[in-house]
Design a protein around this ligand. Structure first.
Ligand SMILES: [Zn+2]
Length: 61
């Protein structure tokens, strides 16, 4: 389940905020699909190394 977030859009435009079964929020990278803790993201810049080079393209699903 993907939630909306009002958090730092500079970071979150590259991630989806997902609610997983344990009522935990996890951030899913749009680039590689990897899950990270949302708190981790708020404190970090991003994990942009694995993002695709064409940043204009958005993929969902
Ligand atoms: Zn990634």
């Amino acid at each position: 389940m993907v939630l909306e977030t009002k958090r730092n859009p500079t970071i979150w435009k590259h991630f989806d905020l997902c609610l997983i079964t344990d009522n935990h929020e996890m951030a899913r990278c749009n680039g590689c699909g990897k899950f990270m803790s949302s708190r981790q993201l708020d404190s970090k810049e991003t994990h942009r190394t694995s993002l695709p080079r064409d940043q204009g393209e958005k993929r969902k699903g």
